[in-house]
Ligand binder design. Structure first.
Ligand code: SF4
Length: 480
């Protein structure tokens, strides 16, 4: 999971493009905290800078990286990236954007997604003499495009078209060349990408919350399989290169990754999560002994709101969340995740003095790091009964599409799977809770229907592989 942004100055005259790029990139910080980078171009100049850590660390006003980005005269286009590593580690060499100098000038490239056949394609390219600096899938895409554009009359565009038609991968991607920006999304629509406009400038971003953050107006989502070509004057053309018969939007974006103030392909994330909590209480109601519900903030807040609405139980805050700690799941290793879980949540004193049987709502359990610790601390603090409710199905399969859960045996729910279902009693015993309830896959799909009865995203058009093992891709690439 990563965040991508791009901006074209267009007709806008007053806009300070580096500041816009910085604000937009910071708006994707929740999608990756390991690396951040930006690249900027003008008619005559190009600059890319990247580093380790948060955007505010790499591009603070005192840093040379920020001054270098601002030093490009009359900038026309800018792109930014926040990275949560999938392929490759968190060394800066794996950070994005990646750049290359081609016959067509400087290119900078960034993406959010993954290539399931990365190692095979890399070996094939190496045998053709292509040299890699990193282990990062975005670098592979950039080198693949450079290789295929070389000597071709339509250059970059033809190379991107060939990539979209030939390589099975998930991506929301931006390639910035000297005088054009190419923006494309995988044929399955697995990763989100949207378009906005601000005073004549055009903005691309992983999530609509970025548009809100910079004061831009939402125009539309980039369509699955679409390639958009923009110049410093704005969008010049767009076409669907290749579209899968069965779309496969990441369902986990709706549960966890995207911010609740974003809308992904027409479905608002926040209200979806409330519906998931409501549906979960219908599927796995709390026992009569439960006196109140409490969220694991912030990611569990809206699921818990739904649980409270459906159960008519009062909400009562038990956990204090440290806003200066990042998201536990997107820490790159287990030591950091455990440290993050310890520092991130503290129990509010006397939480269980009056009521000591409660329902705890959260959005998901991937490795179980946070939940194990919270249950221990709540018990020590006086909780007699803890009934845990998770507003998504059990996460039981490794994701090949860009989410870093590489070892299936480290997934919390995996050892408790029987006949394709999580044995919730056994999982609750392991966690130390009195009960555990996951939302069913069918229940989650039903929550895609909005309160007005519409289905912006159809139940058959989401990827559920990590929850039920269904193949997110067709057997073959949709265009072959
Ligand atoms: S397997 Fe899960 S996390 Fe991966 S793309 Fe599918 S829904 Fe998203």
């Amino acid at each position: 999971m990563c965040g991508v942004t791009g901006a074209i100055k267009g007709e806008s005259t007053d806009l300070h493009l580096p500041s816009l790029g910085l604000t937009a990139t910071e708006g994707t910080q929740h999608r990756g905290e390991e690396n951040s980078g930006m690249a900027v171009s003008s008619d005559t100049d190009f600059c890319m800078r990247k580093g380790t850590g948060w955007v505010s660390e790499t591009f603070s006003r005192e840093r040379p990286e920020w001054h270098d980005i601002c030093a490009v005269e009359n900038p026309q286009m800018i792109m930014g990236h926040t990275r949560y590593s999938t392929a490759g580690g968190s060394d800066v060499v794996n950070a994005q954007p990646h750049t290359i100098r081609t016959h067509h000038g400087h290119w900078a490239f960034e993406s959010n997604g993954d290539i399931p056949g990365y190692q095979t394609i890399r070996s094939q390219m190496k045998s053709r003499g292509v040299k890699f600096d990193s282990q990062n899938d975005a670098e592979l895409i950039l080198l693949w495009l450079a290789e295929h554009a070389d000597g071709h009359p339509k250059g970059i565009e033809a190379a991107i078209r060939a990539f979209m038609e030939q390589v099975q991968a998930t991506y929301s991607a931006i390639l910035m060349a000297r005088d054009r920006m190419f923006v494309f999304r995988d044929p399955w629509g697995n990763r989100p990408l949207c378009i906005g406009t601000l005073d004549g400038a055009t903005i691309f971003a992983s999530e609509t919350c970025v548009l809100t953050r910079v004061g831009a107006e939402f125009v539309r989502d980039v369509k699955p399989g679409e390639l958009i070509i923009a110049s410093p004057d704005g969008i010049q053309e767009s076409s669907i290169i290749c579209r899968a018969d069965k779309l496969s939007r990441c369902l986990f974006e709706y549960f966890y990754f995207s911010r609740p103030d974003s809308t992904f392909d027409g479905l608002p994330i926040g209200s979806f999560r409330v519906r998931c909590g409501h549906r979960l209480e219908e599927e796995k109601p709390f026992p009569d002994s439960v006196q109140f519900v409490s969220s694991v903030p912030k990611s569990g807040d809206l699921v818990t709101e739904g649980l409270a609405l459906a159960s008519s139980l009062p909400e009562h805050q038990v956990w204090l969340h440290d806003p200066y700690k990042g998201r536990t799941f997107i820490q790159p290793d287990q030591v950091l995740r455990e440290d993050g879980a310890r520092v991130k949540y503290s129990l509010i004193p006397e939480s269980f003095d009056q009521w000591d049987c409660y329902g705890q709502g959260d959005d998901s359990i991937v490795r179980g790091t946070t939940q194990r610790r919270l249950v221990r601390v709540a018990r020590d603090g006086g909780a007699k009964e803890i009934h845990l409710r998770i507003g998504s199905p059990g996460y039981i399969n490794h994701c090949q599409m860009g989410i870093d859960t590489p070892e299936t045996h480290k997934l919390f729910a995996k050892p408790f799977v029987k006949d394709g279902q999580v044995d919730e009693e056994a999982a609750a015993r392991e966690l130390g809770t009195d009960s555990l309830g996951y939302l069913s896959v069918e229940g989650a799909k039903a929550c895609l229907q909005k309160a007005d009865g519409s289905w912006p995203v159809k139940p058959e058009d989401v990827c559920t592989h990590c929850f039920d093992g269904r193949d997110p891709f067709c057997d073959v690439c949709p265009c072959s």
